[in-house]
Design a protein around this ligand. Structure first.
Ligand code: SAM
Ligand code: SF4
Ligand code: F3S
Length: 471
């Protein structure tokens, strides 16, 4: 997903964040600098951490020179993600020599996976804190400041941070993430997430609706409901009332007709007709589904422990098309998983021919220590083969991405303006309901407006438009 436009999950996404004043307009006594890597859930967690630190009198800064505390919220999904973080930690370690008393903390999935290693063996950090332990950050800062080891990597079966209002750190002010659940019970064999994020648990729907309502009151126009497997969201209240993911989607969509609602990520084995009908029947639930398939071959899917076959996946795509014609669709693919043959690789290519995805996030398999696949299967597809297969997949996907955008030429789209385009302050950018990225001359429109745009040109990644009216 590019990761920023379409909201989700890549270790390449990286943020620096800044909020220098407290609610009274005074400057803060102490400052933290935070860098976030990984999926949208991690970025959302950084906003929970910011909220906890604000209550301790810390303000955020983008200027590392001003920081009393440097935090790195990390991702373990692929080896490359961890290497990036290691390089940053080395950099910060060097920086610390010039600023005695400054503390460096590692947060998130890599902290959970490596536990005390970065603290004890490599002495890269002062604080190590896992995704379910952020409430203990103030205590750990105090411990680290007094020269003790600050570590808490306990996973929880209950923690959802439901009562903490995240401090929005990015400057967009239009789109926001809301975490609806944490953890994952799926145990896909390649995946480190169940080990770093623990058991799946859903958050109280009242707190989700309250958070989204506050966002609307603050002027936000879009929320993305986040979970590793949103379709298994489940909440039973004390009086026995059950809230499913479809119920939750509808409840959030009812907050305001001018609030766009998105979600990520769905699992092909769990997405229900109820969810598809909720999308079809509610104008402001976006017609877009991210449905990671991982492979087009059933034997590989079984080894991945995905619990569906290629045929099941194809039938889900047909069902989506039936209930939500013209639904935007994207996927994730892992190339070169253990023992994948040329024929099985061709099955993934043929799935691309079947599915015509609008977007695809394509990764070569990276073995993660401790996962089921690392224990059971040899990582025996050579790096050269993985890279060659990945290039082939990318090429086929590009063809369909271009074709999908070509279909939009001449159409009229409603776009939520998210800000200036990256290349020019004369152009604005935003996304369609189906999650296509559009750039257009700004006219009188502003960030946060919904605009009717005619598509006049395209590339494989972007639609180029002209504004017809602000609505
Ligand atoms: N929960 C989502 C799902 O079920 O698909 C996404 C989880 S993960 C954060 C995002 C993507 O990273 C996965 O869909 C998968 O394609 C990719 N991924 C996960 N583990 C990987 C690994 N060991 N090597 C390469 N890619 C991986
Ligand atoms: Fe990982 Fe699978 Fe859970 Fe997604 S559903 S987070 S890929 S274990
Ligand atoms: Fe990475 Fe953890 Fe998200 S491993 S993708 S930051 S859940």
């Amino acid at each position: 997903m590019s990761e920023l436009q379409t909201t989700i999950h890549d270790e390449a996404r990286q943020g620096e964040q800044f909020a220098p004043f407290n609610q009274d307009g005074n400057t803060y006594g102490k400052h933290f600098y935070i860098e976030s890597y990984g999926c949208a859930m991690n970025f959302n967690d950084s906003e929970i951490v910011a909220s906890i630190l604000y209550n301790q009198g810390y303000g955020a800064t983008k200027d590392i020179q001003l920081a009393d505390l440097i935090l790195v919220n990390t991702c373990s999904i692929r080896d490359k993600a961890e290497q990036t973080v290691r390089n940053r930690l080395q950099h910060f370690k060097g920086f610390k020599r010039h600023k005695p008393g400054m503390l460096v903390g590692i947060l998130g999935c890599m902290a959970e996976r490596l536990k005390g290693q970065l603290l004890e063996e490599e002495k890269l950090v002062d604080i190590v804190i896992g995704p379910d332990a952020y409430r203990s950050l103030p205590a750990l800062i105090a411990e680290a400041a007094s020269g003790q080891k600050g570590i808490d990597v306990l996973l929880s079966r209950e923690e959802t941070y439901g009562d903490i209002s995240p401090v929005r750190l990015d400057e967009n002010g239009v789109t926001s993430f809301v975490s609806i659940m944490r953890g994952c019970n799926n145990m896909c064999s390649f995946c480190v997430v169940p080990f770093t994020r623990g058991r799946e648990r859903s958050r109280n729907p009242n707190s989700i609706v309250a958070e989204a309502t506050t966002l609307v009151e603050q002027g936000y126009k879009e929320v993305t409901l986040l979970g590793q497997n949103v379709d298994s969201y489940y909440w039973q209240s004390d009086d026995g009332t059950v809230t499913t993911f479809a119920d939750l989607l509808i409840a959030v969509s009812k907050i305001s007709p001018r609030l766009r609602v998105r979600f990520s990520t769905s699992h092909p084995k769990d997405i229900t007709d109820d969810v598809l009908h909720a999308i079809a029947n509610h104008e402001n639930i976006c017609n877009y589904i991210h449905l990671p398939v991982q492979s087009g071959n059933t034997r590989i899917l079984q080894m991945m422990n995905r619990n569906y076959t290629r045929e099941w996946y194809e039938s889900k795509l047909n069902r989506i098309q039936e209930i939500i014609p013209n639904c935007g669709l994207s996927t994730d693919l892992i190339i070169g998983f253990c023992s994948e043959t040329e024929e099985e690789h061709q099955d993934t290519i043929s799935l691309l021919h079947f599915a015509h995805f609008d977007h695809a996030y394509m990764y070569s398999y990276s073995e993660r220590p401790g996962t089921l696949a690392a224990r059971r299967y040899a990582d025996d597809v050579s790096e050269a083969t993985k890279q060659r297969r990945l290039a082939e997949i990318i090429e086929v996907h590009r063809h369909y991405a271009l074709q999908s955008n070509q279909k939009e030429l001449g159409t009229i789209q409603i776009v939520l303006v998210e800000g200036f385009s990256k290349k020019s302050n004369n152009d604005l950018s935003g996304r369609t309901d189906t999650n296509k990225f559009v750039v257009f001359p700004k006219g009188n429109a502003q960030k946060g407006d919904f605009v009717k745009v005619r598509i006049v040109n395209i590339t494989s990644g972007t639609l180029i438009g002209e504004i017809l009216e602000i609505i």
